[in-house]
Design a protein around this ligand. Structure first.
Ligand SMILES: NC(=O)c1ccc[n+]([C@@H]2O[C@H](COP(=O)([O-])OP(=O)(O)OC[C@H]3O[C@@H](n4cnc5c(N)ncnc54)[C@H](OP(=O)(O)O)[C@@H]3O)[C@@H](O)[C@H]2O)c1
Length: 302
């Protein structure tokens, strides 16, 4: 009997980004033939897209904001990973992009299973609206993700697709290293300060994006097991004080450099890789962290 994966052709949106690349890596490690993995990008000539092509993937040029480009991309696809990309200047466009993809999936007719990635706590938006008021911190971000989930639930029923939703925590392997830490913690590199808007005791779900890829790949391949599941993908829940402590421990050369200015959402979920594992010796993230602070990793004495 053939395994489910021999019947499946995957379309990965966001294929050149953090989650897409991690998902592709995980699909390849599950022995999915590269030719069955289609990578969607606006720019097939980019180095990342060219690397995917050299691995034998099918690289498809399309833009999720241009519906006419999507039907060719969806032809013969059975399993679709949707990563709505959040541009904070127009966050609500994410659900339009999602609808563009779903319309193309409907027209193509071959899609059977869809995995959507949003963010931890996206489902809490109506509760926060009620409890915290109209302009709660981060509303456009969480509401736009919540709307994406709502659109998928409704359309999946009408389209006859099975679906799963994964809600990743904060990426522990990009948040505290350049260039992304410049967006979230602009004072980190120059001053060693993690400045946040919530309390030290409040915890946020963190996750290594490689774990997100593994969960998404499993959800794509095993559609029956994942049908209708909605899960947080979180390695560990950390307060910003915990983060500072772990970073200082990993970077022993900089004792006390992390002064925490004060935030909180409750994350919950699976036990995956933690922050220490993310920055374990030999990892790319640790290398970047040391580079950021102008340090060299000590090698073990022979
Ligand atoms: N950072 C976090 O901690 C975190 C946590 C949970 C959820 N998220 C969510 O994750 C999403 C970002 O995922 P990521 O980090 O994997 O992305 P990323 O590394 O920033 O890459 C963005 C991807 O989106 C693609 N893309 C952007 N606009 C597109 C368009 N118009 N048409 C087609 N493709 C487009 C890009 O492809 P090309 O440039 O090749 O076309 C690229 O592959 C955001 O929505 C964010 O809210 C982030």
């Amino acid at each position: 009997m053939s395994s489910p994966s021999t019947q499946q052709t995957f379309l990965i949106t966001g294929a050149t980004g953090n989650q897409g690349l991690s998902t592709i890596t995980a699909l390849l490690s599950l022995s999915i033939p590269p030719s069955q993995i289609h990578a969607l990008t606006r720019t097939p000539s980019s180095p990342k897209a060219q690397r995917l092509l050299s691995l034998g993937l099918t690289v498809i040029q399309a833009d999720i904001s241009h519906p006419s480009t999507l039907l060719p991309a969806l032809q013969n696809i059975t399993s679709l990973f949707i990563l709505p990309f959040c541009d904070m200047s127009a966050p609500y466009l994410q659900s339009t992009h999602l609808s563009n993809l779903l319309s193309a999936a409907k027209a193509a007719g071959s899609v059977k299973h869809i995995v959507l990635s949003t963010v931890i706590c996206a489902e809490l938006h109506p509760i926060w609206l009620r409890e915290r008021g109209d302009s709660y911190l981060g509303r456009p971000y969480y509401e736009s993700k919540f709307l994406c989930e709502e659109v998928l639930r409704k359309e999946a029923e009408m389209g006859g697709w099975s679906y799963a939703i994964v809600r990743p925590g904060w990426y522990s392997n990009t948040h505290y290293v350049p260039p992304e830490c410049g967006n979230h913690f602009p004072e980190l590199v120059g001053e060693g300060v993690l400045k946040v808007s919530y309390g030290v005791g409040e915890r946020v779900g963190h996750v290594d994006v490689r774990d997100v890829g593994e969960v998404v790949a499993d959800a794509l391949v095993h559609s029956e097991k994942w049908r209708g599941r909605e899960v947080d993908v979180v390695g560990e829940n950390l307060g910003i004080g915990d983060v500072a402590g772990i970073l200082a421990e990993v970077m022993k050369e900089l004792p006390g450099v992390f002064e925490v200015k004060i935030t909180g959402i409750e994350g919950m979920g699976l036990k995956l890789r933690g922050l220490k594992e993310t920055f374990a010796e030999g990892t790319e993230e640790r290398r970047k962290l040391f580079e950021m602070w102008g340090l060299e990793e000590k090698k073990d004495e022979e």
